[in-house]
Design a binder for this molecule. Structure first.
Ligand code: CDT
Length: 309
């Protein structure tokens, strides 16, 4: 058995005016709860340190820059690293990364029990748009503020297993899970900020959005025989609601624990990474059953091409 106890640290809303220090305090409260429940790993959401700023249209580069972290860790975040080290707890969280070369990414990191950053992932699938869109009920400007990730979907030998990360919209794409599945992934950590309504179709509300959240995490877990830990930033940020529904899914595709609020809330489950073995060796034994000669379109084609037969 390779058991690890995981705390999924859902964050409630973060307002535009909330400081990094205030957010870090809340993250440490959740970490304290995780420690009390003997967690080995605590997982926080996408862009955990600030409000979901891509909903705001900005032209001033200095204003845009204020949402990015130029170093990790940095003085504001250091108390979280210190507490994690004291507790000997691994952690993962998302933040807006500004590189020394001036590139902007939507990033997640994996930090081991000694406080070293042992894994980094930069969001590949950036949803939304780059210019102000008057047709939408609200903006989603990830394509304006971030470049697509340039690291692929790496996996990391950590916590006695094989760990990967993805971020929010990535979870809707089967390729995300499969590329990690092909590296034997056993634990996928993902954070999200998902608006409770579709900005282009108001009839698509929280019920359907929570359904899609469960659907993709469960399918990704089952089809790749991996644990999936999906953690929300939830609740109304300056009047803009985000779904909660943080959950942990086992390699059979079953939800083992799910958040009940849209506030700061810790969900905990002890995950045995050896539970991934059976399906990886049988129904999803990729080496035995995959037929790559028929999958060429997956990497040679982006959009739909009709075959007129
Ligand atoms: N943060 C993020 O990726 N959110 C998207 C919203 C999609 S609507 C433009 C998501 O897939 O949940």
């Amino acid at each position: 058995m390779r058991k690890i106890t995981i705390g999924g640290a859902q964050l409630g809303p973060i307002q535009k005016s909330d400081t990094r220090a205030e957010v870090i305090e809340r993250m440490i409260v959740l970490m304290n709860q995780a420690k009390a429940q003997k967690c080995d790993l605590v997982v926080y959401p996408e862009l955990a340190l600030t409000t979901f700023f891509p909903r705001w249209y900005m032209e001033d580069p200095t204003e845009v820059d204020s949402w990015f972290e130029h170093q990790m860790p940095n003085p504001a975040v250091q108390p979280l690293f210190d507490k994690a080290c004291e507790y000997e707890m691994a952690m993962s969280f998302g933040y807006a990364e500004k590189t020394p070369e001036g590139q902007n990414f939507n990033t997640s990191i994996l930090v081991d029990k000694k406080g070293s950053i042992v894994g980094k992932y930069r969001k590949v699938h950036l949803p939304g748009h780059a210019e102000f869109d008057p047709e939408r009920d609200f903006q989603h400007l990830e394509k304006r503020y971030f470049e697509p990730g340039d690291l692929g979907f790496p996996t990391f030998g950590s916590l006695n297993g094989i760990v990967g990360m993805c971020i929010c919209n990535d979870r809707r794409w089967p390729e995300t899970y499969r590329v990690m599945g092909l590296q034997g992934v056993e634990l996928i950590l993902l954070g999200y900020n998902t608006p409770s309504f579709n900005s282009q179709r108001v009839t698509e509300g929280p019920e359907k959005r929570l359904f899609h959240n469960r659907l993709v995490a469960q399918a990704g877990a089952y089809q790749n025989s991996t644990w999936v830990v999906a953690i929300a930033k939830a609740g109304a940020e300056d009047g803009h609601p985000l779904i909660g529904g943080s959950l942990i899914v086992n390699p059979d595709g079953e939800i083992v624990v799910e958040a009940q609020t849209e506030k700061d809330e810790l969900i905990v489950h002890t995950c045995d990474l050896d539970d991934c073995n059976f399906a990886k060796e049988t129904i999803f034994n990729f080496a035995r059953h995959r037929r790559i000669e028929h999958y060429g379109r997956i990497t040679s084609q982006t959009g739909v091409e009709l075959s007129n037969k």
